[in-house]
Design a protein around this ligand. Structure first.
Ligand SMILES: [Zn+2]
Length: 55
């Protein structure tokens, strides 16, 4: 999600948690969405145990 402020400064918001780029350390720009470093961490916590089971 991209929004323009009054100053025409583009602010990106995480599409998963809704945090703005100013609230997070890193915003990752996808083709149609953004994800912040917090959501990447959360996703890895979910994915890692499942990947371990697959191996
Ligand atoms: Zn997020």
């Amino acid at each position: 999600m991209r929004l323009l402020t009054k100053k025409q400064h583009v602010i990106c918001y995480c599409d998963f948690c809704g945090k703005s780029q100013d609230e997070v350390a890193k915003m990752i720009d996808g083709k149609h969405a953004f994800i912040c470093n917090f959501c990447v961490d959360e996703a890895q916590k979910i994915i890692r145990p499942q990947l371990a089971l697959v191996k």
